[in-house]
Write a protein that binds this ligand. Structure first.
Ligand code: ZN
Length: 185
């Protein structure tokens, strides 16, 4: 087959090229074997070689395309593994590199949802600790500085907004505050 590659490239006296369909399938199979083993075309004079086999530029670009496609597939597989491992930002960067902007956005949105859920769990857990400790504390609204009472009976849902001025209370700020109250930091 390797001899066919050289003759098919149109050297004088090389004889008629083999039937194209058969040749293409054969070439692609050989090239794919090279590509999946990590080899790509290397410039060699006016031609190219893949692992010592000389090929014409037209075929070299085809092997290069296959190599690029193969690399993209590997990266895509890796990105999906990263999503499984919940490494959303790492996955998003790979999607970006592949020009897959929509997938990159989805990965980042997923990361954000996880953070919000985590903070909500933290607030609930901290209120629980306040309850068990029989504590009562006062959080000053960051906007109007009104005193917001927080005790064991406080409904977490009432802490999303200031009851005096209606400002949104950031859960992350609340977590920081309550963590200090229950004496972690
Ligand atoms: Zn307020």
């Amino acid at each position: 087959m390797f001899a066919d590659l050289r003759m098919g490239a149109g050297e004088p006296g090389g004889g008629p090229p083999p039937a194209t369909g058969l040749f293409d399938a054969c070439f692609d199979q050989w090239a794919m074997g090279m590509v999946t083993r990590g080899f790509a075309p290397v410039a060699w004079g006016h031609s190219w070689t893949v692992q010592g086999v000389v090929i014409e530029p037209a075929f070299a670009s085809r092997v290069q395309q296959m190599a690029d496609q193969h690399r993209a597939n590997l990266q895509l597989g890796h990105a999906h593994n990263l999503l499984e491992a919940e490494r959303f930002e790492d996955a998003a960067k790979i999607f970006e590199g592949l020009g897959m902007w929509k997938e990159a956005g989805e990965a980042r949105r997923h990361a954000k949802r996880n953070v919000v859920t985590q903070v909500q769990v933290d607030v609930n857990g901290l209120i629980d600790q306040v309850r068990r400790g029989g504590l009562t504390t006062t959080y000053a609204c960051p906007a109007c500085h009104s005193p917001i009472q927080i005790g064991g009976n406080t409904d977490v849902r009432s802490l999303t907004h200031c009851q005096y001025c209606g400002s949104v209370i950031q859960s992350t700020d609340l977590v920081d505050f309550l963590t200090r109250v229950v004496g972690y930091r």
